[in-house]
Design a protein around this ligand. Structure first.
Ligand SMILES: Cc1cc2nc3c(=O)[nH]c(=O)nc-3n(C[C@H](O)[C@H](O)[C@H](O)COP(=O)(O)OP(=O)(O)OC[C@H]3O[C@@H](n4cnc5c(N)ncnc54)[C@H](O)[C@@H]3O)c2cc1C
Length: 461
């Protein structure tokens, strides 16, 4: 059967753009369709603008720290519209670069919504229908809104937070995941009074418990007012434009914005997947096999739409591997066990591998190495910041199973620790590596004795 195309990609985000470029490079006739801005979540309303705003927010700490080093900086002021405009310039530049790279690869870009109308047939919003030997669904995810909150239409999600016309002086952040933590931390530093309400008893479910506690404490030190076991019940818009929020404990609080960051779900509604025979999880994620192929052999999925590890580098690596497998000479296997996760609060949290609790549940003997210290810079700045580092080691083989760092630039450090773990590093390898002095990272290679030991799930004395 003849097809119009070899490859139709729905979604020009991290995964879709990479897959389209690599496929076109292998000679596949490729179209990628995008309904919004080229570059997807990461470039337009995720990682990139977020990190730019995190940088902006950290000047607050730098100004405060400077006095201890002899500087006097007066009283700094912050202008939100300047930051928003600078961010907009940068993401437009990046989006244009994505567009140029796609064009250079030979893939065609169509700026329209696309839906599936069969296993090898796609319909564009204009009505045009296209057949393709393979279809990649790389439509990403979207923020979820909390059910059961009256007046939720007055709340915003991370999508809107980047471009608010007016800086929110009082902000309620709902949620305890990494996006909620990052936004609470950065808006507080930019000058907002932030209240964060979290349904659970701490932030960052799924991360190592010591690190969760370290992040919570760092946020509290920065002035974020955190409330646990609490949710909003009602949001009422007042005459002056402010919002009155009634919390589940009955308290009313007045704020300028409510930012709901309670999770993200695959963007699969109305895509025509059900009628094509693609199997979806209860959350709407496309179920794929090890080859990133769905229950329908011609339909594939990568990135957030599979709702497995929702990170940009994962979407990119998956898109690349899929295109290599379908149109090149085969794909390299993807390692999912040494993916580092970073929470860009201040300080940053970098984590790779197992948490203490996960390791203890899975391995008979576990050694824990932990360090908790005042970073060198804080000696003169007199900030109350703490640095935490933790290695989780298999007591039988001495292999490093997990590493967790709460420190300035932890994202940079954890990347390299992840390399060592991919290579199968042991505690002895860390011990044999000479320290870099004076750094915080040297602590990773100078932790001598375990701070805790587990045998068959029990702490040993
Ligand atoms: C606030 C925030 C911060 C984040 N920070 C980080 C971080 O620091 N590090 C990190 O690694 N990850 C981060 N992420 C996650 C990261 O952005 C995603 O994992 C990544 O973008 C997923 O790539 P993707 O290709 O699966 O989807 P996306 O990048 O979301 O791309 C999907 C694209 O498909 C388009 N689309 C959807 N439906 C259709 C349709 N029917 N037709 C045409 N086009 C369609 C969408 O408009 C979108 O452009 C963050 C996310 C958010 C929201």
């Amino acid at each position: 059967m003849a097809f119009d195309l070899d490859f139709f990609v729905i979604g020009a985000g991290s995964g879709g753009v990479r897959a389209a470029r690599i496929a076109a490079g292998h000679g596949a006739k490729t179209i990628v369709a995008e309904e919004s801005r080229i570059g997807g979540t990461c470039v337009i309303r995720g990682c990139v603008p977020k990190k730019l705003y995190v940088y902006a927010s950290r000047f607050a700490d730098d100004f405060a720290d400077a006095a201890g080093f002899g500087w006097s900086v007066g009283s700094p002021t912050f202008d939100w519209p300047t930051l928003v405009a600078a961010k907009e310039n940068e993401i437009t530049r990046l989006s244009d670069a994505y567009r140029a790279n796609l064009a250079a690869s030979g893939a065609e870009l169509i700026e329209e919504r696309a839906t599936l109308i069969g296993p090898q047939r796609v319909k564009l919003q204009s009505g045009r229908e296209v057949s393709a030997r393979h279809v990649l669904v790389a439509v990403g995810s979207r923020p979820t809104l909390l059910a059961g909150v009256e007046g939720l239409e007055h709340a915003i999600t991370s999508n809107e937070a980047f471009d608010l016309a007016v800086f929110p002086r009082r902000l309620l952040v709902v949620g305890g995941g990494y996006i909620a933590v990052e936004f609470a931390s950065l808006f507080q530093r930019l000058g907002a009074e932030v209240i964060q309400v979290v349904r659970a008893s701490n932030v960052l479910r799924g991360f190592d418990d010591d690190m969760r506690e370290g992040v919570r404490a760092a946020m509290a030190r920065a002035g974020v007012a955190q409330r646990f076991g609490i949710l909003p019940r009602r949001i009422e818009k007042r005459r002056d434009g402010s919002l009155r929020v009634t919390l589940s404990d009955g308290e009313d609080i007045d704020v300028d914005q409510v930012l709901v960051a309670t999770g993200r779900l695959p963007h699969t509604q109305g895509l025509g997947l059900e009628t094509s025979g693609v199997e979806l999880s209860p959350h709407g994620a496309i179920k794929v096999d090890d080859n990133l192929t769905s229950a329908v052999p011609s339909i594939h999925a990568v990135g957030d739409v599979t709702h497995r590890v929702n990170l940009t580098p994962v979407a990119i690596r998956e898109g690349h591997a899929l295109a290599d497998r379908l149109f090149g000479s085969g794909a390299k296997p993807i390692r999912y066990d040494t993916i580092a996760h970073v929470v860009f609060g201040t300080p940053e949290l970098g984590s790779v591998g197992l948490s203490e609790a996960e390791a203890v549940a899975r391995f008979a003997r576990i050694d824990i190495y932990k360090a908790d210290f005042r970073p060198m810079k804080a000696t003169l700045s007199r900030s109350r910041e703490r640095t935490l580092m933790k290695l989780i080691v298999d007591g039988s083989t001495q292999r490093i199973l997990g590493a967790h760092i709460l420190a300035p630039d932890a994202g940079e450090m954890i990347q390299l620790v992840a390399v060592t773990m991919t290579m199968g590093a042991t505690k002895a390898d860390f011990d044999a590596t000479m320290a870099v002095h004076p750094t915080a990272a040297e602590e990773l290679v100078t932790m001598r004795a375990p701070t805790a030991r587990y045998e068959n799930g029990e702490l040993t004395p």
